[in-house]
Design a protein around this ligand. Sequence first.
Ligand code: AQP
Length: 334
Amino acid sequence: MDEKKTMLSGIKPSGDLTLGSYLGPLRHWPKMIEEYDCYYFMADLHAITVRQNPADLRRRTLEQLAQYIACGLDPEKCTIFVQSHVHQHAELGWVLNCYAMFGELSRMTQFKDKSAKNADNINGGLFTYPSLMAADILLYQPDIVPVGEDQKQHVELARNIVQRFNGVYGDVFKMPEPYIPKVGARIMSLTNPGAKMSKSENGDTGRVTLMDDPEDIMRKFKRAVTDSDTERCVRYDPENKPGVANLMSIYSAVTGRSFEEIEREFDGLGYGKFKPAVGEAVVEMLRPIQEEARRILADRAYLESVYREGAEKASRMAEKTLRKVYKKIGFVAR
Ligand code: AQP
């Protein structure tokens, strides 16, 4: 019998994957395959809570799949799928809407942020996003859910839903645990270290994408915001030097060096040496990923076979949970 625990994670194809997407969740995923039965998906249903250009959404979903594989996700060893291909997500999402309270949905930081930024499109999907995310998680009965710090609140809400639902119907859902990797948990914008590096916000110069040219990467790091203090020394002080702290976090995540080692390495050298060094480390880390992603993306038949098989496998698991839920809540079986 397979004793492996289960885990699941996804990223919205709402923009090109960034260094934040990589150092936050993505680079940890391949390591988890040995220990867990892993489900990874492209969260296109979530992406449309903000208006998307259809052609861009389609392109980015496929590019994201190629990049997942290039980052080390072996489709033979884990399940990779497009969220909208597994209809059970939308179905359970609706059911869980009826078990998520208006008050708790209103308190979600992401809803408040996105509403403020998309004042002309505060749609119902943006509001009920956490119920769909709870469905994404609970369909697969995972033991852990790796997320960035900013998504922790949504996993907490999923846990509330589990408690509420199981409280009425018995042990239907397994209680999911958020798993937040320490290093790289929150990579900030290079131009605004007070805001997260995101796929779709804060402008192009603040984010480094996985597929950026080396020249662009170097240019962005050379222009990265540091601070205006006169000592210009590389020291980890997130409160007073958030830009430097962010660059140190990136450099630490890429090279594996501790903050003390980085401080020693750049002692007396100033930002003029430090910023290009971070850029070069990132360029070298991304080079093999970029080459592999381009190669995979060119093979459309292969990509299609991966997402088809992924959807079939994910659907089998998801359907088991959905059937159980429908039965418990009193729907007549077909
Ligand atoms: N900068 C980041 N640092 C660390 N982790 C990050 N994540 C995103 N950005 C960073 C983590 O990636 C996972 C998937 O994110 P998502 O795409 O589903 O949603 P998001 O957090 O809303 O990402 P973006 O890039 O900010 O998307 P847009 O621009 O569309 O809003 C999550 O676990 C997230 O924490």
